[in-house]
Design a protein around this ligand. Structure first.
Ligand SMILES: [Zn+2]
Length: 366
């Protein structure tokens, strides 16, 4: 039967009704979309105001085995795929704890698919699944790294538990509480055993209650708060051509060869000649002149709650308490104190104190 004939058979009144119903359905749909969209916008607003406090930034470098280092390109590829490129070092540190790069299921990701442990036999698949799972936990945890890590080990239920019982914050006590509860629930399955003496003592034998500490022990330089994020507009502390002679992180001590934490970046410069300048506006909060340790050194406090530190100077040209500008000369390159030759030792700290250092590289755009 031709289409036009069929149309003619249906009374006009019925057509009007049908059109009316369609229009009503369409309007209802739009209303639904609108409420979903406002819901989303509302959600974004409330979470961004909390971000100032709670979002962590990974600033450290993972200490990685040779076996795991081989997989680095895959980590970079899948981290980009799941929008977590900023967390490659953390993912590597985490994997050191999971397998050290020595098992096929590198990231021990089988359980996140509901499979028995070590079921995944292809390392690339393990990295794919593991990073996807990490990105889901990170989103659910609102960027809180401790919470994300513990949830990777315990499952996403731990984040709900933290939201319900601890304002969405991780604590070791909370992890013990959760682990003990789950173990009571699941010990009859025989799938869980107390892997730490601490677990046996507390009955917290589900998952690993020491997981967060264990992972972060592989991350040198650590995690910093979001309001201390690099601004990206610092100038270099050394004027002119830049040669980095030593990076931030573990290295062998230049004097006795023992493993040692290098708390800054070293830049080559010419003794008593090269000007050393402040990386940003700030206030000089420490001027020290001595022949040991850091030698002649200057500490400057900046707006973001960060400190920059300039050591082994030949001379110092600022005074304690002085307000200075980005590019102000704080002194001249030298080799005073514990130094093997003229260079600038440059640190970034989150507090005034020694050992509160973070890797300066991201702040300098290096
Ligand atoms: Zn140094």
């Amino acid at each position: 039967m031709p289409w036009s004939l069929l149309l003619g058979l249906v009374p006009r009144k019925v057509w009007l009704w049908l059109i009316g119903i369609l229009v009503a359905l369409f309007l209802l749909q739009m209303l639904l979309y609108a409420s979903v969209i406002t819901g989303l916008i509302g959600y974004q607003k409330s979470s961004s105001s909390e971000d100032v406090r709670s979002v962590d930034v990974v600033n450290g470098t993972a200490q990685v085995s040779a076996a795991l280092e081989e997989y680095r390109p895959l980590f970079e590829e899948y981290a980009e795929k799941y929008g977590v490129s900023k967390y490659v070092e953390l993912l590597l540190a985490k994997t050191m704890q999971e397998s050290g790069g020595r098992l096929d299921d590198v990231m021990q990701a089988s359980e996140s698919l509901g499979l028995p442990p070590n079921t995944i036999e292809d390392p690339e698949r393990s990295i794919n699944v593991g990073i996807r799972y990490f990105s889901e936990m990170l989103e659910k945890a609102g960027g809180d790294i401790n919470l994300t890590l513990q949830a990777y080990n315990f499952g996403g239920g731990f984040i709900d538990y933290a939201n319900k019982h601890n304002n969405g914050e991780y604590s070791k006590e909370l992890a013990i509480e959760f682990s003990r509860m789950k173990y009571q629930e699941l010990k009859h399955t025989g799938m869980y055993s107390c892997i730490r003496p601490e677990s046996a003592e507390t009955g917290a034998c589900y998952g690993d209650i020491g997981y967060v500490e264990a992972v972060l022990s592989y991350l040198k330089g650590g995690v910093i708060e979001a309001d201390l994020q690099p601004t990206g507009d610092w100038v270099m502390p050394v004027e002119g051509a830049l040669t980095q002679t030593s990076n931030y992180g573990m290295r062998s001590d230049p004097f006795d060869g023992t493993p040692d934490m290098h708390r800054g970046i070293d830049f080559a410069c010419t003794n008593a000649v090269t000007p050393i300048q402040s990386v940003d506006n700030g206030q000089v909060v420490e001027v020290v002149r001595k022949n040991s340790g850091y030698g002649n050194n200057v500490l400057v406090k900046h707006d973001e709650g960060l400190y920059s530190h300039y050591a082994h100077l030949y001379t110092i040209s600022v005074q304690n308490g002085e307000m200075i500008q980005k590019g102000t000369k704080v002194g001249k390159c030298g080799s005073t104190g514990n130094s093997t030759g003229p260079h600038l030792h440059f640190e970034v700290r989150t507090k005034k104190q020694y050992r509160s250092d973070v890797n300066p590289a991201p702040y300098l755009g290096l």
